[in-house]
Design a protein around this ligand. Structure first.
Ligand SMILES: [Ca+2]
Ligand SMILES: [Ca+2]
Ligand SMILES: [Ca+2]
Length: 165
């Protein structure tokens, strides 16, 4: 019979994690959302603003929380509770390494004009961007309605279906 041997030290990975969280909890303090990204049109978790959320952003999150930047509070607020703090650091860590929930974006998909609602005004904004001068004040992340990484006519059609049914 093969008995399962238990280690007296517990899970080393978990112990390291707890120690890290304890250390950071002591050092970090909440930061208000009051920088140039406060409109929320930013990819949550993408602290280094390279278009993806990965391990480099985890390092950038630490730099943001302890040194005040570079970065953006709306990008750092990955749990979407309105402030950038240690809870976001833990949330991002859970997402990157432990299969936790994805960062919560501040913008609404389809809300191209970033006014908090998805309606005909967004259809007009996206239309103006795609077919007009191209200089419309638009939140491209929100305008990527089909979430394929580009803003084009496919998003226009998807948004049309979303708004008009
Ligand atoms: Ca990034
Ligand atoms: Ca937060
Ligand atoms: Ca809108």
């Amino acid at each position: 019979m093969c008995a399962v041997e238990r280690t007296k030290k517990g899970n080393p990975q978990m112990m390291t994690r707890i120690a890290m969280v304890a250390l950071v909890s002591v050092l970090a303090s909440p930061l208000a959302l009051a920088d140039d990204c406060s409109d929320g049109c930013v990819l949550a978790g993408d602290l280094n603003e390279d278009g993806s959320v990965d391990i480099a952003d985890h390092s950038a999150m630490l730099a943001y929380l302890f040194k005040g930047g570079p970065g953006c509070a709306a990008a750092a607020d990955v749990n979407g509770d309105g402030s950038a703090d240690i809870a976001d650091y833990i949330y991002l860590q859970d997402y990157l390494w432990y299969g936790g929930a994805a960062p919560v974006n501040g913008f609404i998909v389809g809300d191209a004009n970033n006014d908090g609602a998805v309606d005909i005004a967004d259809f007009a904004t996206l239309g103006s961007y795609l077919f007009g001068s191209g200089t419309a004040d638009i939140c491209l992340l929100a305008a990527d309605v089909n979430e394929d990484g580009t803003v084009d006519i496919a998003d226009f059609i998807t948004l049309e279906n979303l708004i008009f049914g």
